[in-house]
Design a protein around this ligand. Structure first.
Ligand SMILES: Nc1ncnc2c1ncn2[C@@H]1O[C@H](COP(=O)(O)OP(=O)(O)OP(=O)(O)O)[C@@H](O)[C@H]1O
Length: 746
């Protein structure tokens, strides 16, 4: 079976490095030395206690340590090769790349131990203490099967029932949805003149993603069971515009929508009237009010304000930020700030006091430090770029193949990356039929189940995946940040961040998909050595992560004999030593590489995924650029993590060009063509989904064919924010620059 050529993948071709003549002579000498060492007999290193050395100190040392072992050819066991691959087998063997050679040092993590901010989830207060309609109480008790309130519910519901505007902040999975849904339902069912369906919206709930819209709709629908005259509805794209129009025409009293889809109806349908609107709710408010949704929110607020001046506004999020509170200053009327952290709520008046309370001075700013569920264990592992793919696969195998009932969510930075890894794992790690596909490991467990979710998928499939994963007891969901906010996926045990998030807020929301409402959960953040400082950045926001060694993750390969290197045939798995682990990791890598290199189409698919990774990498915000900069990426090594044996030759030039164009644009909202292509890809999942020219990933997408991206509508006129106040976007853009970065990433 063909294997990788280390001389190519170890080529230190990066974006910034231009080797001098001397350096290139040295590189050649090093290469000759490696080739020579590959022919030496394997060194004996059998009596080590840990699986692998904790860190590789230098190239020289590596050569000494692993001399003779690293370039040996390893191939998966013979029976893993399908008939179509026999031709490859007959080809002369190419030298196998060493995954464990020429990697940068793994730095010691000197993470400061910080005391995380924590909140109490439950209270002993019961819902019947709130004076709600008896039917509503019994619905909460019997349909939702809840009796006592969470802290945020106990604080928010009375305030909202008083008719106040509110900013609500509490940790992920603490019950914020009911904190606003219960008061909305209670107030609407109590209206003196009984609500008619044809009255149109009394409450408008804006959420950032379609799945969250569905989820919130489901909750509202349950609460409305006894109040059949109040009609809830959801607009979220994916459904035919015509049928949504028909539903709107009939009347929706509690309308839940993503901004993009609502804008589409405001523009094209004459059937939405906001004259009776009583409630405007922004769930995941910091996400909705950041620049990613600027144009849509502008249109919505203009439409709402034109017909309705008096309403209750509610903003909720686990990560209220400065940007949101600035907007809140404009759109909220005499708001109450509710933070579970304080274990109290403040009734704030005048308005500037409210803002000060919600966003105190920067020094010791506790609102920069988000609460993290107490039962959430956070880990980080530092992995050289070449080993990232193998390490992720090993971690998935460890948890989801060898442990029972594990449910994992893996976050990537773009739709293309999700598609790539989904297809790759499906074709290589999963054995669904008797005959293994090219490069597939036949003994891969049927226990493994992969699903994927991102914004370039057809809505029908998105919904099906969301439902399937929600109801499943196990499985691996590969996704973009489209699943980071608000989704309540029961019993998720692990969150893996394969690509680091662009802000602490996004980190909080991603890990918040586990350890909800008092349950236990764990998370793993995978960083490259050059990104290790990110741990300090998290610590500065009081986020504590403990280190998990890469070697401990790779050790799982000892449990799976389909990764056995040839030389260790008879050896029992429990006696597997560090050298064998390295070889098994190389076998796994070879499986990936063989799959990717089995056709030109797949190679170009992997290259596109690599390019997408690099593009996403350029969009980290300025304050994180010293950690995540494309210049620190070793293209050859990164290529390896896409199953490529070689760094694509034209990629760096292409990316450099894109990067230059990107850097030229301080204002990301300039309507330039080049910007369009870069940012549209990153936002695509938040589109309404019905823009012209939107090409989606088909349901039965052939592996290796990433989907295309939806386009966004053009800029809207200056918006008008709540209570007749006009917000100057240019000013606000600057204030929100911080937050906007998140919207450029997916
Ligand atoms: N009083 C309660 N008792 C028991 N379970 C509850 C209660 N309130 C809410 N829950 C459950 O807790 C889970 C999390 O609630 P919810 O999704 O509203 O959290 P959230 O605070 O909005 O999270 P996120 O910040 O991630 O959006 C849901 O499964 C919900 O049904």
């Amino acid at each position: 079976m063909a294997a990788a050529d280390s001389s190519l993948s170890d080529n230190p071709r990066t974006f910034s490095r231009r080797p001098s003549a001397q350096a290139s002579r040295q590189a050649k000498a090093t290469k000759r030395k490696h080739q020579a060492s590959s022919e030496a007999p394997p060194a004996k290193r059998r009596n080590e206690t840990s699986c692998l050395p904790a860190k590789k100190t230098s190239v020289k040392e590596t050569q000494r340590t692993f001399k003779g072992n690293t370039q040996k050819t390893f191939s998966p066991k013979k029976h893993s090769v399908s008939p179509s691959d026999r031709n490859q087998e007959e080809r002369p063997c190419i030298k196998t790349s060493s995954l464990f050679k020429n990697n940068p040092d793994i730095p010691e993590l000197h993470r400061p131990v910080v005391k995380q901010v924590q909140e109490k989830v439950f209270t002993s207060a019961a819902f019947h203490e709130l004076g709600l309609h008896p039917h509503l109480i019994s619905t909460i008790n019997t349909v939702l099967k809840m009796s006592s309130m969470t802290s945020v519910q106990k604080q928010s519901i009375p305030v909202l029932l008083e008719g106040r505007d509110a900013l609500v902040r509490s940790q992920t999975g603490s019950g914020k949805t009911l904190a606003y849904c219960i008061p909305v339902v209670q107030s609407l069912q109590a209206m003196k003149s009984k609500i008619q369906r044809s009255d149109g919206p009394y409450a408008l709930v804006l959420v950032p993603t379609r799945e969250l819209a569905l989820q919130s709709f489901d909750t509202v629908q349950k609460l409305l069971k006894p109040f059949t005259w109040i009609v809830p509805g959801v607009l979220m794209g994916g459904e035919k515009r015509k049928s949504e129009k028909a539903r709107l025409r009939k009347g929706i009293n509690i309308l839940i929508s993503t901004p993009g889809r609502l804008v589409d109806h405001i523009k094209s349908t004459k059937n939405i009237h906001f004259s009776r609107l009583r409630w405007l709710v922004f769930d995941e408010a910091d996400r909705i009010l950041d620049l990613g949704f600027e144009r849509d929110i502008t249109v919505i607020l203009n439409a709402v304000n034109a017909e309705c001046q008096k309403r209750q506004n509610v903003l909720l999020s686990a990560t209220l930020t400065e940007g949101v509170t600035r907007l809140a200053d404009i759109s909220l009327h005499d708001p109450v700030s509710i933070s579970v952290l304080d274990k109290s709520h403040d009734q704030l008046n005048p308005k500037d006091k409210a803002v000060r309370e919600v966003c105190p001075p920067r020094t010791g700013d506790e609102l920069d430090n988000f609460a993290i569920p107490e039962s959430l264990e956070q880990h980080v592992t530092v992995v050289p770029s070449k080993l990232r793919l193998v390490c992720l696969a090993a971690f998935i195998l460890q948890k989801c193949k060898f442990e029972k009932d594990q449910k994992m969510v893996v976050f990537f930075s773009s739709c293309e990356l999700v598609e790539f890894h989904y297809s790759l794992f499906l074709q290589t790690l999963l054995s669904s039929s008797g005959a293994p596909a090219s490069g597939q490991l036949p003994s891969a467990s049927t226990r493994l189940k992969f699903l994927r979710l991102h914004g370039n998928m057809e809505q029908e499939e998105r919904t099906a995946v969301f439902q399937e994963f929600s109801h499943s007891r196990r499985g691996v969901l590969l996704c973009t940040d489209v699943a980071a906010r608000g989704l309540d996926l029961p019993q998720v045990t692990w969150i893996v961040q394969y690509n680091a998030p662009s802000s602490p807020a996004e980190y909080i929301h991603r890990i918040g998909r586990t350890a909800r409402i008092g349950c236990h959960g764990s998370s793993l953040l995978i960083l490259a050595p050059s990104e290790a400082e990110y741990v300090n950045s998290l610590a500065s926001h009081k986020i504590n992560v403990s280190e998990m060694k890469m070697e401990d993750i790779l050790c799982v390969l000892a449990r799976d004999d389909c990764f056995k290197g040839k030389r260790w045939g008879a050896q029992k798995s429990h006696a597997v030593g560090p050298q064998e682990i390295r070889e098994r990791a190389t076998v796994l890598q070879t499986v990936f590489e063989d799959y990717v290199h089995s056709s030109e189409r797949r190679v170009s698919w992997a290259k596109k995924a690599l390019q997408s990774f690099i593009q996403a990498y350029t969009t980290y915000p300025r304050e994180l650029k010293h950690i995540f900069h494309v210049r620190s990426l070793h293209l050859g090594h990164v290529a390896k993590s896409f199953g490529l044996r070689d760094a694509p030759r034209n990629l760096s030039a292409l990316t450099r060009k894109k990067r230059k164009a990107h850097l030229k644009r301080p204002d990301l909202h300039k309507k330039t063509q080049s910007k369009h292509s870069l940012t549209e890809i990153l936002r695509s999942e938040y589109s309404s989904g019905i823009e012209p020219g939107v090409a989606k990933v088909k349901k039965q997408n052939a592996p290796g064919e990433p989907g295309s991206r939806p386009l966004r509508p053009s800029l809207q006129p200056t918006p008008c924010f709540g209570h007749g106040k006009t917000l100057k976007w240019r000013k606000t853009q600057k204030a929100l620059q911080q937050d906007s970065k998140t919207s450029q990433k997916v």
